[in-house]
Design a protein around this ligand. Structure first.
Ligand code: HEC
Length: 248
């Protein structure tokens, strides 16, 4: 997040140290590590992130035996999501407890992180994504890696619009439409191109043949990954609404 140089880190530390609430909180958390520095900031952020466990969505409650946690529509949606029904291959990439193949774990089917081009762009028919935002390619500079991104988790995805790495898809319904057509067609403008026929698109994303009821049910399943308890947990709330770090 831009904290890649010593100067940037020193600046961030200075801003934290100027905030009384942080000074008190760090003293309480790290009583033996005065003066605290960037190592302690990293520890604190890592501890916070480790606490962000969301496992009480309707889908989780259903798996734990609450038979009425899922509506009939969501149950049917789970069936669509988890089988290759009419070309809906969601579970190939969005799988496991996090609904992504981005983490490896004991008995994980993958031993490395998977990057995929889902056909969001095909600028001028070249397979290009917008310059400077080409995913894995930005690191490897391998032309075959253009447009390859990690699979995001789908937990709580109903509250995180807009979608995809650049927020270029507004709603979940439009995301499903994207998979239905097997890529995005951009008619005009500098990014024009047909993602459906991108030479770099993942082969398995050939489009789906879902009807209106299927789409409604698939969306009901995705909505059922929303953990209301997690989202309302005061431990994760902004501790300092007035702080310049959080803003409005
Ligand atoms: C071949 C792997 C693959 C398959 C199959 C797949 N996805 Fe994805 N999904 C991805 C990747 C990669 C992204 C991120 C793409 C990007 O940001 O450019 C993504 C993004 C998403 C997002 C947006 C998440 C966010 O936070 O922005 C949703 C929602 C989603 N997929 C749902 C689905 C559904 C529903 C299906 C089945 C119809 C499906 N996916 C099938 C790999 C896949």
């Amino acid at each position: 997040m831009g904290l890649t140089t010593d100067a940037a880190r020193a600046g961030a530390l200075a801003r934290l140290r100027a905030d009384e609430a942080y000074v008190a909180a760090f003293a309480a958390a790290f009583p033996d590590r005065e003066p605290w520095g960037f190592d302690e900031v990293i520890l604190a952020v890592a501890c916070f992130e480790r606490a962000l466990v969301s496992m009480n969505a309707p889908v989780d409650r259903f798996r734990r035996g609450e038979r009425d946690a899922l509506s009939f529509a969501a149950l049917r949606g789970a069936e669509i999501f988890n089988t290759d029904y009419k070309g809906a291959v969601c579970h190939h990439c969005h799988n496991g407890i996090t609904f992504t193949n981005d983490v490896t774990h004991q008995s994980s089917p993958f031993d490395e992180v998977v990057y995929t081009n889902v056909g969001l762009y095909n600028v001028g028919g070249t397979g290009d994504y917008p310059a400077g935002n080409q995913g894995l390619y930005e690191t490897t500079k391998n032309p075959a890696d253009r447009g390859k991104f990690r699979t995001p988790t789908l937990r709580n995805v109903s509250v995180t619009a807009p979608y995809m790495h650049d927020g270029s898809v507004a709603t979940l319904a439009e995301v499903v439409e994207h998979y239905q057509t097997g890529g995005r067609l951009i008619d005009d403008g500098p990014l024009a191109g047909d993602g459906r026929v991108s030479p770099l698109k993942e082969r398995g994303l050939g489009g789906m043949r879902l009807d209106e009821d299927d789409i409604r049910d698939l969306l009901a399943f995705v909505e059922a990954l929303t953990d209301a308890d997690f989202l309302a947990d005061p431990r994760f709330a902004n501790p300092e609404p007035q702080s310049p770090f959080f803003g409005e």
